[in-house]
Design a protein around this ligand. Structure first.
Ligand SMILES: [Zn+2]
Length: 122
């Protein structure tokens, strides 16, 4: 079967990388607005869990409309242990990075809806 032009995915502008991911993540975890490199603020368009347990966040600048991708590190051993303890103690597991953000259960994993990071097996 030959593929026609119509089958090809429309190239939605690939998001740009961000230079100060650490600084932005700190703002993000604290629930603050994210300053955009081009001025204005970055709005969250989508939180995407990655296969390896990390997350990525698609952002759009509200002044330039440029899109950026913010990579979120996967869970550390300590974070995983902490979340595991909450689950084992029958408490609702919370994101170790976000304040008062409950993890959601997706299939067999607990992940943070704001980080996209997988913190424990359900
Ligand atoms: Zn989180």
């Amino acid at each position: 079967m030959s593929k026609t032009k119509q089958d090809s995915i429309i190239d939605e502008d690939a998001p740009l990388p961000l230079s100060d991911e650490k600084g932005l993540l700190r703002f993000y975890y604290e629930g603050n607005r994210l300053p955009s490199p081009t001025g204005g603020f970055l709005m969250v368009l989508r939180v995407q869990p990655e296969d390896n347990g990390s997350g990525s966040i698609l952002l759009e600048c509200n002044s330039s409309s440029l899109r950026y991708r913010l990579n979120v590190n996967k869970a550390t051993r300590t974070e995983r242990t902490n979340v595991r303890e909450m689950v084992d103690e029958g408490r609702e597991p919370k994101c170790p990075r976000h304040v008062d953000q409950l993890l959601i259960r997706v299939k067999n994993d607990f992940l943070c809806p704001l980080c996209g990071v997988r913190f424990a097996k359900a």
